[in-house]
Design a protein around this ligand. Sequence first.
Ligand code: A2P
Length: 300
Amino acid sequence: GQKTFKLNTGAEIPVVGLGTWQSAPGEVARAVESAIKSGYRHIDCAWMYGNENEVGQGIKASGVPREELFITTKVWGTYHRRVEEGLDSSLKALGLDYVDLLLVHWPVPLIVRGDEKIPLNEDGTRAIDKDWSPELTWKEMEKLPATGKVKAIGVSNWSIPKLERLLKDAKIVPAANQVELHPFLPQHDLVSYCQSKGIMPQAYSPLGSSGGPVLEDEKVKAIAKAHDCDPAQVVISWGVQRGVTVLPKSVTPSRIETNGRLVALTKDEMKSLDELHLQDGKHKRLIKPNWGVDLEFPLW
Ligand code: A2P
């Protein structure tokens, strides 16, 4: 089976999972099926991605028994006051009766206006539910393991200050914190903090999101050449060797297969990837949704 890490619940999580954000409904079922057939046992989903139906079809088509798979989904901002409804909606779309990990997608409760996914204010910022808080959302999340519909609960896009605030009152320590993480944004402090608290750091957009800009970096390419492998394998292996769960997205079967094969990086290679973001102009946060000014910054 695929290499795994242990979560604070005792469950094993496969170190590489297939990302499904921006995977079109018409192509994601085939991507999921080919990932599982090539050895993946971990799929990262979200209600917000709008493709969980097709992801579910891909899971089913793979023929691999449910208990061998690790499936994550996320509750969107409009469901913060009713996380179980958000979960149920994902389970229905996926055709599953439980997920292995349920994350709060962003630490941002949104107002509910019809079935708008992203209700906006007049200035274009997102309409935040100011009478609610991410800490209250977590209280709702903590009720879910008892339902049997989630094996573990966690968060996504939480900064250190936000985690500190959550932990002060939490009955359950989040099993994971999924954030943007790649050599241009290594998040060293956040990764260390999470690891010190038993929270698994998970990397989304590990290749730099659309088009995989991190793969064009000269240092990454040089390391790939030395290992006679693909640049994506270098970047993914760097994450795993730091103890991070990595979630590369692809809808291309050949890339999906390659991304699942890890290489062993040397200490020097790890160090040079750890420090790559320090080069002039390299440091980059690629995912910056316009949450507006009402939030306490830094959000991340
Ligand atoms: P595609 O899905 O068309 O195969 P991230 O995981 O950081 O979000 O990056 C996803 C982007 O990187 C997508 O554009 C994806 O393209 C591309 N990608 C995924 N794997 C590879 C790979 N092994 N080589 C080159 N590009 C890749």
